[in-house]
Design a protein around this ligand. Sequence first.
Ligand code: PLP
Length: 389
Amino acid sequence: MIYLDNNATTRVHEEVVAAMTPFLGEEYGNPSTGYPLGKRSREAVNLAREQVAGIIGALPEEIIFTSCGTESDNAAIASALAAQPDKRHIVTSSVEHSAIILFAKALAPELEITELPVPADGRIDPGALATAIRPDTALVTLMWANNETGIIQPVHEAAEIARAAGVFFHTDAVNAAGKIPISVAGGNIDMLSLSGHKFHAPKGVGALYLRRGVPYTPLLTGGGQEDGRRAGTEAVPQIVALGKAAELAKQRLASSGGEKLAELRDLLETRLFEAMDGIHRNGTTKHRLPNTSHLSIDNVPAGDLLILTAEKGLCISSGSACSTGKRDPSRIMQAMGHSDERALSSIRLSVSSMNTTDEINSAADIIISAVEKIRSLRPQANGPVIFTE
Ligand code: PLP
């Protein structure tokens, strides 16, 4: 099997497994208890808090552990609204993850949402953000990097605009963390969401960065865990794993990890572009995650390609969702102004530091032969290119 779907999830790193394993066995103490067994769990959680704070340049007490990126995103929006009952408007982008968009839409009609449009390059215009902010805006939430296309948003610029307007700023950094250096330095980012399974920790653990001094209303209430900010007995093994994964990600990024990802991604793209016509990158190539390649291939429906490549043991994905037997075009591609045809022929290839050059070459061979097969079976395969840039 070759796994090139690392934006969907990643394999847990063996050092992460080793770090969390004792907490699934003999170290089962509840961190809120005072005897040594519990104290060791508390110390492990404290260390993880420092490690997670370390990848974004935050203070340990600014980290709240959550169950996932979705919870962090939901909590950020809910808290900003709770703190400002007189403000019922948020600004976001048209390419956010559903953990933002659907949570916000569920609060309509009481909550008004402005979704900033993106052109074909996939990035919002910071000038449009400045115009969209109103006196009743409670929050600006803008993702750091898009999970589907890998396009990186001008987060620091947007955070500065929000700060100047006196509006809280949140960023969903779930698909950026561990792949590129991200930092809350500058002090304009009030909240930031992370999720462990996107950078080699297990599923079911995330974190919310909450800048010191920013008011917070918990999503979950009950026990006083996480300094009263997130009730529920801490998931110690997962939290330890998140901490270890953060530490490893920091080391990777410090030792040219990003360049290594880009080398693998670029090798894959070079092979594909050399082998076929009618292949297009979606979105800007200047501001994108080093591990992500988002491509559309003319006359090659992504659904068909995914079936053929899966048969050969290659794991890749497309943004289109299969509902009631028919494929729906990706809403992200639609938001970028692409036609349904181009959206339906888009695929996402996302590498990790665990991939090898040999795997990339084999993956390229599998995709190239699948594309040839699909095109040979389609009547228009040798006809004119149907999509244009
Ligand atoms: N935000 C982004 C950008 C994501 O890519 C994801 C996961 O796909 C999420 C939020 C949700 O994270 P989780 O799966 O941890 O709930």
